[in-house]
Design a protein around this ligand. Structure first.
Ligand code: COA
Length: 373
């Protein structure tokens, strides 16, 4: 179980009979095949195109020998994604060109999944959605291809309203997954969060695309009851190897270099089963802790904030995240071994000390705990 329950956000437009379709595509019709009154059970018959609603394009959509939809790698369809807000491009006939994307060059990296919001989704469900929509220029598609992104998702019906081959061929021939008519509007409040995209096409063997259920998992910071003096601190659970290295780097700096703890003692096997948190300020990882779960109890450990950032509310923000998260994971008690110099910090977070002082890693400690309401 992954006890950091993500917030799941549906990015799929609902589908229904007679919904407007891309000009020339099959109409969308759901009709009963059997009924409870007559056969005793309900089965429906679907009539629709492979590019109906929120959907994925397989390479075979434009390439005669291109891969078909059932072979799209799940690892490419699901994973971290970035959301680019190009709302200024949401008017009829707007083009998204290289400079519009290049402004985000530091985010659009090899293997990135890039989600482009324009606001054009406001027209979804009307014939107008398919008329004179904004589009990516062929140059912008080639730019994305050169960046070696793995997926491009847009809230548009197609990459470009008229330059079909010029835009699809560069992306599809590079093996880039194209997701069209994805509803990115509900994701806007989470644009700065870690977004984990899930795009699930049906394995329609030999076909050129499929409607999908698209969703995003976000681990937005719960709103803590208290206040943090630091307004820009951003807390996130560690979900990638890169973040794990950030957490280890902070611990090495604080515990090994600053406090002289033996490196072999600092890194232990519990790191593999622990849940780790990171605190970022202005994109820099500055604080971390780990949580070990045991039924309704969680033990907080390896709590460190870089010296340069102490006394700014980052430690408190991390602990407030834990206190807000605990009930969602069924945790009712938090425990920790506090270095005695930090007793005041933990007391200010509602912990009480128990038992005598003891030595751990050559540093005096006391056991502390608090209930979680
Ligand atoms: N003693 C008493 N109070 C302390 C304290 C300390 N050592 N450190 C912080 N506080 C208080 C702050 O004054 C603040 O109180 P306020 O909100 O009333 O102003 C509150 O605790 C929160 O402080 P904050 O700025 O959020 O703490 P921090 O970001 O500096 O992080 C530690 C606290 C302990 C994580 C950080 O000092 C640290 O990394 N220390 C080195 C590593 C370490 O010892 N880790 C603990 C291992 S058990």
């Amino acid at each position: 179980m992954f006890p950091f329950q993500p917030h799941l956000i549906d990015l799929t437009h609902p589908m229904h009979t007679a919904m407007p379709v891309f000009p020339g595509d099959p109409e969308c019709r759901f009709q009963p095949h059997t009924d409870i009154a007559t056969e005793g059970y309900r089965v429906a018959c679907l009539h629709l195109g492979t590019h109906q609603g929120t959907h994925v394009d397989a390479p075979s959509h434009f390439l005669s020998d291109g891969a078909t939809v059932e072979s799209l790698p799940l690892t490419q369809l699901c994973g971290p994604a970035i959301l680019i807000n190009l709302e200024s491009k949401g008017s009829p006939g707007s083009t998204i060109d290289v400079p519009d994307l290049a402004a985000y060059a530091d985010l659009i990296l090899p293997q990135s999944r890039v989600l482009i919001y324009t606001g054009w989704d406001a027209n979804f469900g009307q014939a107008a959605f398919f008329v004179d929509s904004p589009g990516l220029t062929p140059e912008a598609c080639r730019w994305l291809m050169a960046r070696q992104v793995s997926l491009v998702g847009l809230d548009l019906p197609t990459l470009h309203p008229s330059l079909f081959a010029e835009t699809h061929v560069p992306l599809l021939s590079a093996g880039i997954v194209v997701v069209e008519s994805i509803n990115l509007r509900p994701l806007l409040p989470f644009a700065d969060e870690h977004i984990h995209l899930i795009v699930a096409p049906l394995p329609l063997t030999g076909l050129d695309g499929s409607p999908v259920r698209a969703m995003a998992a976000v681990w937005a910071r719960p709103r803590p009851g208290g206040s943090s003096a630091h307004s820009t601190v951003h807390i996130t659970p560690v979900t990638t190897a890169h973040q794990m290295l950030d957490a280890f780097a902070i611990r090495d700096t604080v515990f090994v270099e600053e406090q002289g703890v033996d490196m072999r003692e600092e890194h232990d096997a519990l790191d593999r089963e622990a849940l780790h948190l990171l605190a970022y300020v202005d994109g820099e990882a500055v604080g971390t802790l780990r949580l070990l779960l045991n039924g309704t109890e969680a033990t907080v450990g390896r709590f460190a904030v870089l010296k340069s950032h102490r006394g700014q509310g980052i430690g408190r923000a991390l602990m407030e995240w834990v206190i807000a998260w605990a009930p969602t994971a069924g945790v009712t008690k938090l425990k920790l071994h506090a270095q005695t110099h930090a007793l005041g910090f933990y007391q200010s977070c509602g912990f009480r000390a128990h038992g005598p002082e003891f030595m751990e890693a050559g540093i005096p400690h006391r056991t502390m705990e608090r209930d979680v309401p």
